[in-house]
Ligand binder design. Structure first.
Ligand SMILES: Nc1ncnc2c1ncn2[C@@H]1O[C@H](COP(=O)(O)OP(=O)(O)OP(=O)(O)O)[C@@H](O)[C@H]1O
Ligand SMILES: [Mg+2]
Length: 369
């Protein structure tokens, strides 16, 4: 087949439409190797997307796209490799050398569901094949241990230079939280610098190993403590959680401004408590109004990652330490959260790709395997 070239294959694959697949992340260097034997094509390519997002239906679309572009093809055998593109940043690489990306889950207003979203996103990413860590950056009101069903005290060991804490792990997510280190009922009365000191230790003194994503569940608010924290953590980007109502949107705008002041990109908005569907009647109620999250995303020129409804199961999952996406992965809610996590990954990969020049991009993709 005369016109079967790397760029021909690339162009064919780029025609595929699928909610999990971002064609802009497929570049010429993604096509690793191909061989034509008679009318059969053997193809190796890599794409920056979660392993779990490479579904059978997506694979079928790839095959069909190739067959419709190259009509003589009879059999297509593909080997698809997935990868995470790392965020390269001097500060991050020195504090967290094994961590490819760091994400803050933040909001202006308290109680909008940051911790719930952070936990479910972390578990969704892990389920999709990523290595994930979660830092409970809410030193004053840690809720991650409860939400992930963790109670033990983390173990500590001594290496050549210093003490290292071994993070606890559940549902494929490594976790550290002040809630694991101090007694449940002891209030933490610390000042701002101590909070950022604790977060620094959570980054440098915890044995995170290699991680694709390290998520930070931020404390509510946009005051000095939060500002200090976002300056302390070398962030790839932030996700802002809001409910649809105006009082939460005002604070979401403040949060976005806080991140832009310190040059941290906002990767997108998650609307939580978007609506409620009554189980008995199936009727939908817009308890906190409607459309606020997508409106603010447009206004602030960032991605609307999706809306998570109010659901007793999400609350119960949090209280019982078994996150919805783990406990009931096939539920509508889990599918929504998984879709949000995949869109987030796509936003991160796009940012990391566009960080460098074109030539650097090609090298990056080869390096990051
Ligand atoms: N989509 C949802 N459906 C039902 N309950 C929810 C949902 N999202 C969050 N909740 C519940 O709302 C409460 C507040 O959520 P969460 O603790 O995640 O908020 P937060 O923004 O982290 O709060 P804080 O500002 O105090 O850190 C929790 O009891 C949680 O279980
Ligand atoms: Mg919280």
């Amino acid at each position: 087949m005369a016109d079967l070239t790397k760029s021909g294959i690339l162009n064919a694959l780029k025609k595929v439409e699928d909610s999990n697949f971002n064609r802009d992340l497929l570049i010429l260097n993604s096509i690793k190797k191909f061989e034509v034997k008679g009318n059969d094509l053997y193809l190796d390519f890599s794409v920056a997307m979660p392993l779990g997002a490479v579904t059978d239906s997506l694979k079928e679309k790839f095959v069909n796209a190739l067959k419709s572009e190259f009509s003589a093809l009879r059999k297509v055998e593909m080997n698809i490799e997935t990868k995470v593109i790392a965020h390269h940043d001097k500060k991050k690489d020195s504090i967290l050398p094994g961590v490819k990306n760091t994400i803050a889950v933040a909001s202006g207003k308290g109680g909008v569901g940051k911790s719930t979203v952070a936990v479910n996103l972390a578990v969704a990413l892990a389920k999709d094949g990523a290595s994930v860590g979660l830092i409970d950056a809410d030193i004053y009101g840690p809720s991650i241990p409860l939400m992930l069903g963790l109670k033990e005290k983390p173990k500590v060991y001594q290496n050549q230079q210093n003490m290292k804490i071994i993070p606890l792990a559940n549902y494929g997510v490594k976790v550290i939280s002040m809630g694991l280190l101090v007694d449940d009922n002891a209030p933490v009365i610390w000042r701002g610098p101590m909070a950022s000191g604790a977060i620094k230790q959570f980054m440098s003194d915890v044995d995170w190993g290699e991680l694709d994503y390290l998520i930070f569940d931020m404390p509510p608010g946009t005051g000095d403590i939060q500002l200090t924290l976002v300056q302390t953590i070398p962030l790839t980007g932030a996700v802002i959680v809001t409910t649809p109502q105006e009082v939460s949107l005002i604070d979401a705008r403040k949060a976005l401004k806080m991140f832009s002041r310190v040059n941290v990109p906002v990767l997108g908005i998650v609307e939580n408590m978007s609506y409620f569907i009554a189980q008995d009647t199936g009727k939908k109620y817009d308890i906190f109004g409607t459309g606020g999250g997508s409106r603010i995303a447009k206004e602030l020129d960032t991605e609307f990652l999706g809306g998570i409804p109010i659901d007793p199961g999400i609350r119960i999952g949090g209280d019982n330490g078994v996150p919805m996406v783990y406990d009931n992965p096939d539920s509508e809610h889990s599918k929504i959260i998984t879709a949000i996590s995949r869109d987030l990954v796509s936003q991160i990969n796009m940012r990391n790709l566009s960080e460098g020049s074109n030539s650097k991009i090609e090298i990056l993709l080869d390096d990051d395997q």
